[in-house]
Write a protein that binds this ligand. Structure first.
Ligand SMILES: Nc1ncnc2c1ncn2[C@@H]1O[C@H](COP(=O)(O)OP(=O)(O)OP(=O)(O)O)[C@@H](O)[C@H]1O
Ligand SMILES: [Mg+2]
Length: 487
């Protein structure tokens, strides 16, 4: 391996041993140190071809040292590892010129590849950019699933690439979009959001592109569209799956040509806008149904970010619970409440079909309704089972008196309520409400019936009044996990 030397600093002996063994085996010269001082000495003496450093070290923060390294040896690739898995660490590391940021625990194979790429002659390090360091990062996410999201975000912050954020309702898509703007190079320009599902179909084009006075009934004055309002900044196209076809065609043209003409106007307007789109719907499915343009999809989906559902990142739940209790406490001038460990554990294992938004609403309800400082498991159960899918679990015996129907009804009400909670302050869409709500309810309804029948698809199909094959198709289409039959 033509004698490349890798310098490693980490105060964790186990990590030093593992890395030094694995990398020596690959043929690299390896030097390890338990602190920043020794590493700094090597680097300032001009030694080493690549650095791997931890963030938390006894004598100096690895991120501060990174700045100093980049000042004297801007071309030296530095890989930053950290167990302090906040988006801020990822962003800071990238901003300060780290070649790569690796949240701990990481995969050795991944590290090997990163090293190989870092040492290849093609690699030119980015210039260091100093940024305001003290802004608070709003996104919580120590889970591995969110760490992956943060890593992609950190790389995208200072680019103009078009981003498509996908994720179930309430997973934090809008927050991700805002963070990409607020911590990127366009942060001093406007962030303008437009929700396709909230605007009457016939007004979408004039909202996006503006209109001339008198161009249609109701256009009493000339008005700038969101594209123009977002000049120099970011335009967030939320619920892009709900965009009508005509508007899609027009948007595609704008993205291709970089300019547009307002409704009723004749002069093309050029604006520099970064596009971030989001959707909770399956766009591939919409494409196959002829409801979304495939070419627009590829234009928008330059870099996809999938925000995972909360049930796939349960490690984040305790942090989120504390965060929402703190927020409530601050907003209402009271001490932040706490959960007893059993209650926390219970919430960490709950399904959260409405994701973070549902958790947030739930914590707010607890904080408002319960007076004790520490909220107990019983309180939590009480509150949760008052109107929850969990009820279904109590309907084990399927005898005549089974409250299943009643429970289903309650659950459907809850999902309806969730739907409206999840789209707060929105005006009702001018049409399509029937289809939209039914499509939102389809998945939870099938899940409920499967849960109630302990995964027995024949019984669930009967309960739903659906053909068995139709149910099977739906399960696949909606990606509903199949429970193993228990006899
Ligand atoms: N990682 C996170 N850390 C802290 N709060 C979060 C996080 N993700 C989401 N939230 C909070 O959860 C709520 C829902 O987030 P957001 O509106 O971004 O979700 P969404 O995916 O856009 O939902 P929808 O599909 O319903 O539009 C917001 O109040 C947001 O502040
Ligand atoms: Mg949203």
């Amino acid at each position: 391996m033509d004698d490349k030397t890798i310098l490693i600093a980490d105060d964790d002996k186990a990590i030093r041993t593992v890395l030094s063994r694995a990398l020596s085996k690959e043929g690299y010269n390896v030097r390890v140190s338990s602190n920043a001082t020794a590493l700094w000495e090597w680097v300032s003496n001009g030694e080493g071809d690549l650095v791997i450093t931890d963030v938390m070290m006894p004598d100096e923060n690895g991120l501060d040292m990174l700045l100093r390294i980049k000042n004297i040896r801007p071309d030296l690739p530095v890989i930053v590892m950290s167990a302090q898995n906040t988006l801020m660490t990822a962003v800071k590391a990238t901003e300060r010129g780290a070649y790569e940021y690796l949240p701990k625990p990481f995969d050795l194979d991944e590290l090997r590849q990163v090293i190989k790429k870092g040492l290849s002659p093609k690699n030119k390090n980015n210039l260091v950019q100093n940024k305001n360091e003290d802004e608070e990062m709003p996104l919580i996410g120590r889970s591995l699933a969110m760490q992956d999201v943060f890593r992609v975000m950190a790389r995208l912050m200072n680019t103009d690439l078009t981003v498509m954020i996908a994720g179930e309702t309430g997973t934090g898509k809008e927050l991700v979009a805002r963070a990409l703007h607020d911590f990127g190079k366009r942060k001093n320009a406007p962030f303008v959001a437009i929700n396709m599902a909230a605007i009457p179909k016939e007004l979408i084009e004039s909202e996006l592109f503006g209109h001339e006075k008198g161009s249609f009934t109701g256009a009493v004055t000339k008005k700038a569209g969101r594209f123009e309002q977002a000049r120099g900044g970011t335009l967030f196209l939320d619920e892009i799956g709900d965009m009508p076809m005509d508007a899609q065609t027009r948007l595609l043209r704008v993205l291709q040509e970089g300019e547009f003409i307002s409704v009723g106007g004749s002069v093309p307007i050029k604006v520099d806008v970064r596009i971030i789109a989001a959707t909770h719907r399956n766009l591939k499915q919409l494409i196959s149904q002829g409801l979304f343009r495939e070419d627009l999809y590829y234009r928008l989906n330059v870099v996809p970010i999938n925000v995972p559902p909360l049930r796939e990142r349960r490690d984040d739940i305790p942090d989120l619970v504390r965060h929402f209790f703190n927020n409530y406490g601050e907003d209402n001038n009271q001490v932040s409440k706490l959960l007893d460990p059993k209650a926390m554990n219970f919430l960490s294992n709950y399904k959260w079909p409405g994701n973070i938004r549902e958790l947030e609403n739930f914590i707010q309800r607890l904080a408002a309704l319960y007076t004790e400082e520490v909220i107990s498991f019983e309180d939590v159960c009480n509150e949760l089972t008052n109107n929850s899918v969990l009820n279904i679990k109590n309907t084990e015996d399927e005898n005549e008196n089974s409250p299943l129907n009643e429970t289903l009804q309650q659950s459907i009400h809850r999902h309806l309520k969730n739907y409206f909670d999840a789209h707060p302050g929105e005006e009702l869409p001018s049409n399509g409400l029937y289809g939209r709500i039914l499509s939102e309810l389809e998945k939870p309804l099938i899940e409920l019936c499967l849960e109630a029948t302990k995964g027995n698809q024949i019984k669930a199909a009967e309960l739903l009044g659906l053909n068995r094959n139709t149910l099977r198709k739906k399960i696949k289409e909606l990606e509903i996990p199949v429970i193993k039959k228990r006899f």
